[in-house]
Design a protein around this ligand. Structure first.
Ligand code: NAD
Length: 264
């Protein structure tokens, strides 16, 4: 392992369990020397996040539900008090009512549209603002998106619309914070079997379709997403901001699946 992240301190938001994409990124960052703090959403998740954090040498755990702005403020205030500043942020948070992650997008309700946008998109803008205030020596932020933002994926529905807005926010935030040497990027991951992933109807079909039709003929692991997280959050990518970095076995480049794959 390298010392790429030695002396860097960062906040990881979105670990629910050891299948979480945020966990894949956290493990990689820790292995390269980063010091980590974690947020968790509610007491039931604390039990899962605590031993994971301990396994990478962290006991800095903060409750944070992005629907409750007071808990977001409290989390960043705790970081300011303990660390004084921040070098990086991982935002891996999304939610939508799973009853609307099936069927037609056209049937999305006003209530779930607003809630999905708040949790899955606007929360990044809110935490980025608080993180940037602590990035007094520059920094790097990464959020997680999915290709359903730009192309229609069955059942992804309102989450695709939220990811499109998240990607646009990422670009605006990159422009806003660039003058402070704070970089903002997104990783667009292929399908991964996680709690959030399982909420999408026919997730198994999406997973298998990716395996069959992506150029690499497989899905990606959370460790592979972690490798890209390390790149974007370390000085290796010091000239990169406002980018969507695909970690999807190349699926995003395909228009028509290969005839060979269609025949199998
Ligand atoms: P996950 O279920 O492990 O993580 C989702 C996280 O969001 C959980 O930790 C959950 O606690 C958190 N969260 C939800 N609502 C919250 C709230 N109100 N306040 C605070 N936290 C809240 O699933 P994951 O797949 O690792 O998801 C992480 C990110 O990766 C999400 O943005 C997701 O859309 C994105 N992503 C997932 C896939 C996939 O196939 N799994 C693919 C591309 C992108």
């Amino acid at each position: 392992m390298t010392s790429l992240m030695q002396g860097k301190r960062g906040l990881v938001m979105g670990v629910a369990n050891d299948h979480s994409i945020a966990w894949g990124i956290a493990q990689t960052l820790a292995a390269h020397g980063a010091e980590l703090a974690f947020t968790y959403q509610g007491d039931s998740l604390r039990k899962r996040v605590e031993p994971l954090a301990a396994s990478v040498g962290s006991s800095f755990l903060l409750p944070c539900d992005v629907e409750d702005l007071a808990s977001v403020d409290a989390a960043f205030e705790a970081i300011r008090t303990s660390w004084g500043r921040l070098d990086f942020l991982v935002h891996a948070i999304a939610f939508s009512d799973k009853n609307e992650l099936k069927g037609r997008y056209a049937d999305t309700t006003r209530e779930n549209f607003s809630r999905t946008m708040l949790i899955s998109c606007f929360s990044f803008t809110e935490v980025a603002k608080r993180a940037a205030a602590l990035m007094t020596e520059g920094g790097s932020m990464v959020t997680l998106t999915y290709g359903g933002s730009t192309r229609v994926m069955p059942n992804y529905n309102v989450m695709g619309v939220a990811k499109a807005a998240l990607e646009a926010s990422m670009r605006y935030l990159a422009a806003d914070y660039g003058p402070q040497n704070i970089r903002v990027n997104a990783i667009s991951a292929g399908p991964v079997r996680t709690l959030a992933g399982a909420g999408i109807a026919d997730a198994r079909l999406m997973f298998n379709y990716q395996k069959r039709h992506a150029p690499l003929r497989r899905t990606v692991s959370i460790e592979e997403i972690g490798g890209s997280g390390l790149y974007l959050l370390s000085d290796l990518s010091s000239g990169v901001t406002g980018e969507i970095h695909y970690v999807d076995s190349g699926y995003n480049i395909i228009s028509m699946p290969s005839p060979d794959a269609l025949k199998t």
